[in-house]
Design a protein around this ligand. Structure first.
Ligand SMILES: [Cu+2]
Length: 128
């Protein structure tokens, strides 16, 4: 193998490492969780940008108070056209470049995942 071969090999290894990091590590840090804001009526609200992922990817919410999730989808990529919250029995289509609101009431404490229709993009609701 010559120098170029090693370079290509190293580049490939770096790309694989990055893909693994992106899908399995990134976005799984609850420390970065945003907290839903709540108004006088105790309704909690949070806007989640959808663009190659969910931002914020983790949201802290209070148990027992109604919650409105505003999914602001800023892309046309087919991957993110659906959002699924299995624990709440919700599967919703998100039209491109629109904000879609999902209402639910988190009645159980815990950490609940939400994903795209294929389970590739991941986010988390932390109910406490
Ligand atoms: Cu997807």
């Amino acid at each position: 193998m010559n120098g170029t071969d090693w370079l290509v090999l190293a580049g490939g290894a770096a790309a694989i490492a990055w893909v693994n990091w992106y899908f399995f590590v990134a976005g799984r840090h609850p420390a970065a969780a945003a907290t839903a804001s709540s108004n006088a009526g105790q309704v909690q609200e949070v806007t989640i940008a959808v663009r190659g992922g969910y931002s914020p990817a983790a949201v802290r919410v209070r148990r027992g108070a109604p919650l409105r999730l505003h999914f602001d989808r800023q892309e046309t990529s087919g991957c993110s056209e659906e959002v699924v919250l299995p624990a709440f029995g919700i599967r919703k289509f998100l039209p491109a470049h629109q904000t879609t609101t999902i209402e639910l009431r988190p009645d159980t404490s815990g950490s609940f995942e939400f994903t795209c229709g294929m389970g590739m993009l991941r986010g988390r609701l932390i109910v406490e």
